[in-house]
Design a protein around this ligand. Sequence first.
Ligand SMILES: [Ca+2]
Length: 666
Amino acid sequence: MSCRVEFFSKPDLSILRNLSPAIDRFLNQTGTMSTHFKRLFALLACLQFVSAIAPPLAAADRPNILWILSEDNSIHYMRLYGDPLGAMPNVEKLAAGGLTFNHAFSNAPVCSVARTTLMTGILAPRVGFQYHRKSELANLPPGAKMFPAYLREAGYYATNNSKKDYNVVEGTVWDESSPQASWRKRPDKSQPFFHMQTTGVSHESSLHFSTEQMKQPTVTKPEDVKLPPYFPDTPTFRYTQARYNDRMREVDVQVGKILDQLKEDGLAEDTIVFYFGDHGGVLPRSKGYVYESGLHVPLVIHVPEKWQKLIDRKPGTRPDGFVSFIDFGPTVLNLAGVDVPSTMDGKPFLGEGVSVKEVESRDTTFGYADRFDEKYDLVRSLRKGRFKYIRNYQAFYPDGLQNNYRYRMLAYAEWRELYRQGKLNDVQKQFFQARPVEQLFDIEKDPHEVRNLSADADHQETLKELRAELQARVKGLPDLSFYPEPDMVKRALNDGAAFGQAHKKQIGRLVDIADLSLLPFSEAEPKLKTALKSKDPWERYWALISCSCFGEKANSLEFDTLRHLDESNLLVRVRAAELHGILGVLNPDSTIADALSKSESPVETLLILNTVVFLQDRDEGRKVKLDLKQIRSQGGEVARRLEYLGLKPPTSGKGGVKRGTAKKKS
Ligand SMILES: [Ca+2]
């Protein structure tokens, strides 16, 4: 354990006086430095010395902090946030004496990306850990650590029980991370602790039941549930939602158990407790999507009386200011009196030096979605106050694009089947159709995000404002997702943040080319033609994606894009094939098959197969002709696509879904 000058400890200044001769000697030996710099240097040396001899701080000096996370749940199944069927007495009791945050958000709608964001306080696309799951681990910026490492350095005992799912090189973070990890195991009971406990009872896999299992009655009555308007009203959907309400009851039992342990140990009055969801979920169109159902999480924070002095909030109140996962780690550090490192993107929302007024003025959250297992779809979102802006960079992909793990849920499979049978209304159909390149929702009036206002004359000012802000964010990070994943993995992951800074201008140009799809086609067309001739392959790559976003409007560019079908860069070639598939003039299959036979990288192959599955499912009944032997790279997540395409047998037939299954928990 290293010691430092701590927030709550006042160093004995007599030590500094005793060190005076040593400082003088030091100053004499550093003749070339400016006097100012020498004094600063000497002071730092002194402080270092003081910190080395300062006694370790006891729990009485600092709060214990306990995080209880439930997997995959948004606010939408909790009475605390308005669902009458979502009674959670233990969480509600915690909230009655604590704070219920009305606007808490994950930045990503899936485990590994959300959890890595949470632990690092860093926006994933800035460093390169935005893909679920990683094809390779990214490095954090030099000097950056996951936040519990800083707590340990400050004398805390830090434990995790037990899910991690990180996409970065972890480093030394925990005293213990295992299903047995507990504050109870800290060697010195006077040591303050940070403990993180995840309950998986509400995980997506809890809804992977079979038709047979649907005969098991639920405590929540299926006839009582209120389905969102985008779901078809069927017994399967009602049963699934009722079953999920039951799972949330179980979450509450788990929360109660761990709170009882705290009480048994006499620690309840010393411990600040956070309860929150590790991202949204988990019925269809939630986990994996930047809608509120994927990002808007419950957050309850209970601060015992002893530590009320750290916050300026009344128990039982509901803060309205927006807080995101990047802010959670900095908040814990601040509550523990530990400095928030400058490598983090978030900022504290509780603790010393935090102004309630400032936190209440926060009204923005940034969301990102990239690859989920084998499914690629680049989406960014910005919620500001009541409005939510979504930028679909590959708008031609439907939300419902195949992801094997998602479709293990009967409700998902049934929803698509009803779509194919033409049995859905316009709102229910949206999930399986190409999306607008940008969407604007009024969350207050339209909490389920089904009425896109981006073309509404009354909302053009808001649209322009949010569009500009999102553009500035992706350029400002800069967002590494503008390089396709195989390229990012190859070049950027050693130090993604530094790589991004070094390539900021180029990324800015790629964003601008992607954003040509926001213009009227007549205005975009000459600019697209110029971009298609660029010497930079990634500019051509994004020009082709922008063309695809225009769909048949881009017919006039058919001739201009023919030559890209023979490019040496396989990904540019496949984007050209994808465009021609969308235009429906040329059959793209031979171009794609050739690229698959040449690709030497599984992650590149995975990206190519995304296009194959999209084109195949777009035209129902169409079969892209592929020969397994001709697919050169079959590692990583590629097997999932090969299973779905019928080129490899499923790894598991459980869950009532024969096609496209995968064993791995997502
Ligand atoms: Ca999760």
